[in-house]
Design a binder for this molecule. Structure first.
Ligand code: ADP
Length: 856
C-alpha cells in the first residue's frame, strides 16, 4: 500500500446522476481504493455506521466502519482483491447482531461493497447460520480475551473481555493496530514485545509469551498471549488469532511462592526432566554470588568443590536416568568468602498423573555445622579410642541397656578373650562369683537411675586364672535432650591398693592393740604449749589423770614435767623439731597426786602435722627402783668393805713391823704382795665409793692451790715406778697454780696414765703433753695402744661402761675410772675429750680453766 498515492474522490458535481442513483440505493454502498480506504459511502452507509461522509472517507474500511468489520468480511475483501472477481459474504454484524449480506465487486480503482441488513440470513442454510452464531457465541464465551488481527496487526474482531477490562467500545479498537491499544501502549517494552510476536505470527509461527499489560491506568494484568495464524487455501496467512489468558492470579501466587521460596532458609532449585537447571532461589544466588544464568543448565557443577564434582555428577545423572530421588552431600563455594560449606542436596522428581516427570524440585540444606560437628565427633571418637587404648585401665562402653559394645585391647588381653566373647554380657563370666550379685544389683540400679556407677569387684585374669581387684566406674553419656546414649566405663586395677589397704588395716589394728594395751602410754600433744589433747588409758592409769583433765586442755607438758627436767625437755623438743623424733630418754612425770613417776619417753611428729607430737611413755619406776637398789647396795657394800680393809691394812703393816723386828726377812716379799693386793682392793672399793657418791651427788671436793706441773710430774714419777713396762714422758709445762682439789686432780691423771699403760700392752711409751693458754691449761695423755672404736668413744665416760672388743675384755677392769675422771673434770669446770684410732692409740685431752673461784 502506498500512502503517497493521490486519492481520487467521486464528487456529486462530477457525476451527479450516478451519485443520485447510488444515494437512492436500498443498501449501504462503500467504494474502496486498492488499500481498502473508503473513498465513498452513500447515505445508507453513513446511516449504518452513524457517521458523515467526511468522517469516513479517507479512512481504511476497518477503521472507518468498524461496526461492519468482521473476519468474514476481511476474508472476502482479501479474496476479491486477489481474484479480481465479485464475491459475496453473509455474516452476523458484531454491532447490531443482525445479518449482513455484502456484495463485493472489484472496480477499476478498487472495490465496491454493498451491504444489506436482514433479520434472517439470506441464504438460509441452517449449517451456515449455525456456524455464524456459534462463531460469535464462541468468541464471547471465551474467558480469554480473543482478538482477531490482520497480518499487519490491525484489529478485525475482538470479544468483550478485553474491551470490558479497558472500558472501551468495540468500535474504538476495530481497524486500529492492536499494539496501539492502551493496554499495550502503556509500556514500550511490552508494546515492542507484542509487535515482534505479531510479526513472527504473521510468518506462520505460533507465538507464546507472558506480559504485564495495563488495560486501564488503575488496572494491570498478567496475561499469557498465544498468537496463532490462520492460513487460507493457498497457505497464505489470512489473519491472526490472539488469545490473552489472564494469569494475574497465577502470577501472584507464583510471585508469592517465589518470595516464599526466596525467603525460606533453604536453597531451592528447579530442573527440567533432563537435569537442566532452570531456577535457583534468591538465597542460593546470593550464596553463590554469581549471575543467575551462570548457575542454570549444568554450569552449577562449577560451584561444587572439585573433590566432590565427579561423585555429585554421577549421582545426579543416575537420579535423572532412573527418576529416583536425588540425595548427596557436597561442598559448595560461598561466592563471597570463597570458602566451601557442606550442603545436603536433595531433589525429587515431580510427576503428572501419567507418571511423567515434569520437573525436579530440589533443596540444598547447609549442614556445614553438622559436618564439622560430625568431623569433630569423629576426631574426638578417634581421640577417645586412642586414649582408651593408651590408658592403663580396661576401658569399655555399653549401650543404654548395659550391653557391652566396646572394650579396649587391654580388656581383651587381661581376660584373654576376644571382643566377641566379651560383648553384650559376655564379660560377666570373668566376674568373681562372690561379687556377681552385688555388682550386678548396683549396675541395674545405676542403669535405671542414670546415676554414675562405681563398684569394686574382682575380675579373673584369663591367662593366669587369678582374680584381681578392680574399681569399676561408669558415667552415662547423654545427648542434647538428656537421653542416655551410652555408658562410658573403666576398670582400674586396684589390687596393689587393696593390698596396701589391707596392710594398713592390719598395722592400724596393731597400733590400736598397742594403744589399747596397758603396756605403753601414748599421748598426743599440740601447739606451743604442748597441751595434752589425747592419751590412752595406759597413760591415764600410770599418771592418775582423767579424761576430763584431758578434755579441759589444761595439762600442758610443762605442768607434768618436773622443773629440773625442763632443760632436758627443751633439748628434746629441739631434737624433735629437727629430726621428727627424739631418742628415748629417762625422765619423770608429775602425776595427778604430785608424785613423780620415772618414765622412759620417746616422741615423734608427723610431717603433715609438725605441731602435733605423739609421745610414748613407759613406766620406768621398776627399773629405777632396781637401779636405786643396786646403787644402795654398792654404796653399802663399799662402806662395809672399807672397815675390814682398813683393819686388814693396819694388821698387815703391824705384822710387817713385828716380823722385821723378829728378823723374819724371808716373809717380806709375801707380805708386800699381800699389801699390793690389799691396795688394789682398797682402790677398787674407793672407786666404788666414789661412784656411789657421784650418783648420790655427795662427792666432796677441797679447794686448794695446786701447782699442776709439780703434781703431774709427781704422778708420772710414781706411775713410772710401779709400771716399768712403759716409759712415761712428760713434755712441756702449764706453769699455773689452779684452785682445785689436789687429790681428785691427781686421781684424774693417775687414771688416764694407768689406762694408757693398761690398754697399750705392746707399746713402750706413754706421753703427757702440757700446755697453757692465758685462760686454760691443757693436758694430753697419749698412748700407742688398742684405740677405741668410734661408736663407743662417748660411752666410755658412762658408769660401768667397758669397750666390748675381745682384746679389751681380756684386760681387767670395772668401767668406773673414766666415769669418775669425767665427773671430777666437770666439777673443776673443765672438759675431757678423746681422739683415737683403732690399733694405733688414743689421746685423752683434759682442759681446765686457770681461774675459778669455786668448785661446782
Ligand atoms: P676400766 O676399769 O675398764 O679401765 P675405765 O672407766 O677406766 O674402766 O675405762 C673404760 C673403758 O675405756 C675401758 O674398759 C677401756 O676399754 C676403754 N679405755 C680407757 N682408756 C683407754 C685407752 N687409753 N686405750 C684404749 N681403751 C681405753
Amino acid at each position: 500500500m502506498s500512502h503517497t498515492k493521490q486519492k481520487k474522490h467521486i464528487t456529486p458535481a462530477s457525476n451527479e446522476t450516478l451519485l443520485t442513483l447510488l444515494e437512492t440505493l436500498p443498501g449501504a454502498l462503500f467504494l474502496l481504493d486498492d488499500d481498502a480506504t473508503i473513498v465513498y459511502a452513500n447515505a445508507h452507509a453513513q446511516a449504518m455506521i452513524g457517521a458523515t461522509r467526511d468522517d469516513v472517507c479517507g479512512k481504511p474500511l476497518w477503521r472507518g466502519a468498524p461496526q461492519l468489520v468482521s473476519t468474514s468480511l476481511y476474508q472476502a475483501v482479501q479474496k476479491a482483491k486477489q481474484t479480481r472477481e465479485s464475491t459475496e459474504v453473509e455474516y452476523i454484524s458484531p454491532g447490531t447482531n443482525s445479518w449482513l449480506h455484502a456484495w463485493l465487486s472489484p472496480t477499476n480503482e478498487g472495490l465496491s461493497i454493498f451491504f444489506q441488513e436482514y433479520l434472517e440470513p439470506r441464504s438460509p442454510q441452517n449449517a451456515f447460520s449455525r456456524n455464524e452464531h456459534m462463531y460469535r457465541d464462541l468468541l464471547e464465551s471465551f474467558s480469554d480475551g480473543v482478538t482477531i488481527l490482520t497480518p499487519e496487526g490491525l484489529v478485525l474482531d475482538i470479544n468483550q473481555r478485553p474491551l470490558a477490562d479497558a472500558h472501551l467500545q468495540r468500535e474504538e479498537v476495530i481497524g486500529k493496530p492492536f499494539a496501539d491499544s492502551p493496554a499495550w501502549s502503556h509500556d514500550p517494552a511490552v508494546q515492542q514485545q507484542l509487535r515482534a510476536a505479531i510479526a513472527r505470527a504473521s510468518r506462520g509461527e505460533t507465538v507464546r509469551f507472558e506480559a504485564r499489560i495495563h488495560p486501564r491506568s488503575d488496572l494491570s494484568l498478567d496475561i499469557l498471549m498465544t498468537i496463532t495464524s490462520h492460513r487460507d487455501t493457498s497457505q497464505q496467512v489470512e489473519y491472526l488469532i490472539c488469545a490473552g489468558r489472564d494469569i494475574t492470579e497465577r502470577k501472584r501466587i507464583e510471585d508469592e511462592l517465589r518470595t516464599l521460596v526466596d525467603a525460606i532458609p533453604h536453597f531451592v532449585w528447579i530442573a527440567r526432566p533432563d537435569g537442566h537447571v532452570i531456577y535457583n532461589n534468591q538465597r542460593l544466588i546470593d550464596y553463590l554470588a554469581i549471575p543467575r544464568e551462570q548457575v542454570e543448565g549444568d554450569s552449577w557443577i562449577a560451584t561444587v568443590h572439585p573433590d566432590d564434582q565427579q561423585r555429585v555428577w554421577d549421582v545426579w545423572q543416575t537420579a535423572i536416568q532412573r527418576g529416583v530421588p536425588y540425595e548427596v552431600e557436597h561442598r559448595m563455594q560461598d561466592g563471597i568468602s570463597g570458602a566451601y560449606r557442606w550442603f545436603l542436596v536433595r531433589g525429587m522428581p515431580q510427576r503428572n498423573a501419567e507418571g511423567t516427570i515434569l520437573h525436579w524440585i530440589g533443596t540444598c540444606t547447609d549442614i556445614d555445622k553438622q559436618k564439622q560437628a560430625e568431623q569433630r565427633i569423629k576426631a574426638s571418637e578417634e581421640n577417645l579410642r586412642v586414649l582408651a587404648e593408651t590408658v592403663p585401665q580396661l576401658v569399655w562402653t555399653t549401650r543404654p541397656d548395659g550391653r557391652l559394645d566396646y572394650c579396649n585391647q587391654r580388656y581383651c588381653e587381661y581376660t584373654h578373650a576376644t571382643f566377641e566373647q566379651l560383648q553384650g554380657y559376655g564379660w560377666r563370666q570373668f566376674l568373681h562369683p562372690e561379687d556377681v550379685e552385688r555388682s550386678l544389683a548396683l549396675r541395674h540400679h545405676t542403669l535405671a537411675t542414670g546415676e554414675p556407677f562405681e563398684c569394686e569387684h574382682r575380675l579373673r585374669n584369663g591367662q593366669a586364672g587369678e582374680y584381681r581387684w578392680f574399681l569399676a566406674r561408669a558415667m552415662p553419656v547423654r545427648d542434647e535432650t538428656g537421653q542416655i546414649v551410652k555408658w562410658f566405663g573403666t576398670n582400674t586395677d586396684i589390687e596393689e591398693q587393696k593390698r596396701t589397704e589391707e596392710a594398713l588395716r592390719q598395722s592400724q589394728e596393731r597400733i590400736r592393740a598397742l594403744i589399747d594395751s596397758n603396756i605403753i602410754g601414748i599421748t598426743s600433744n599440740e601447739g606451743e604449749e604442748e597441751v595434752l589433747v589425747d592419751a590412752n588409758d595406759a597413760f591415764l592409769h600410770m599418771t592418775g589423770y582423767t579424761r576430763e583433765d584431758l578434755n579441759s586442755r589444761t595439762l600442758s607438758r610443762m605442768k607434768i614435767t618436773p622443773p629440773e627436767h625442763a632443760p632436758l625437755f627443751q633439748r628434746v623438743l629441739q631434737e624433735v623439731a629437727t629430726h621428727g623424733q627424739h631418742t628415748p630418754m629417762e625422765t619423770e612425770l608429775v602425776c595427778k597426786d604430785g608424785s613423780r613417776l620415772p618414765i622412759l619417753a620417746g616422741a615423734v611428729t608427723f610431717q603433715d602435722h609438725p605441731r602435733q607430737m605423739i609421745g610414748f611413755v613407759l613406766d620406768n619406776s621398776a627399773r629405777k627402783e632396781l637401779e636405786q637398789r643396786k646403787d644402795d647396795f654398792i654404796s653399802m657394800a663399799s662402806h662395809e668393805l672399807r672397815s675390814p680393809l682398813t683393819a686388814l691394812k693396819m694388821h698387815t703393816s703391824l705384822l710387817r713391823r713385828q716380823l722385821a723386828m723378829q728378823g723374819f726377812q724371808t716373809s717380806a716379799p709375801a707380805l708386800s704382795s699381800m699389801e699390793t693386793q690389799i691396795n688394789k682392793v682398797t682402790r677398787l672399793v674407793e672407786e666404788l665409793l666414789d661412784v656411789s657418791k657421784i650418783q648420790a651427788g655427795r662427792l666432796e671436793y677441797r679447794q686448794e692451790t695446786v701447782d699442776l706441773d709439780a703434781l703431774l710430774r709427781e704422778i708420772a714419777d710414781t706411775m713410772q715406778q710401779t709400771h716399768p713396762s712403759h716409759s712415761i714422758l712428760v713434755r712441756g709445762a702449764v706453769q699455773a697454780n689452779l684452785m682445785a682439789d689436789r687429790d681428785r686432780l691427781g686421781q684424774v691423771f693417775t687414771n688416764l696414765i694407768s689406762n694408757a699403760i693398761k690398754y697399750s700392752p705392746g707399746a713402750e711409751t706413754v706421753e703427757m703433753d702440757l700446755e697453757a693458754s692465758p685462760e686454760t691449761v691443757t693436758i694430753r695423755v697419749r698412748d700407742h695402744g688398742l684405740g677405741i672404736p668410734r661408736e663407743q668413744r662417748d660411752k666410755i665416760f658412762e658408769r660401768f661402761y667397758r669397750v666390748t672388743g675381745p682384746k679389751q675384755k681380756a684386760i681387767p677392769g670395772l668401767g668406773m675410772g673414766l666415769y669418775i675422771v669425767a665427773e671430777i673434770v666437770k666439777r673443776h669446770g673443765g672438759t675431757i675429750t678423746v681422739e683415737s684410732a683403732v690399733g694405733k692409740g688414743s689421746i685423752f685431752t683434759v682442759t681446765l680453766p686457770k681461774k675459778r673461784d669455786t668448785l661446782d
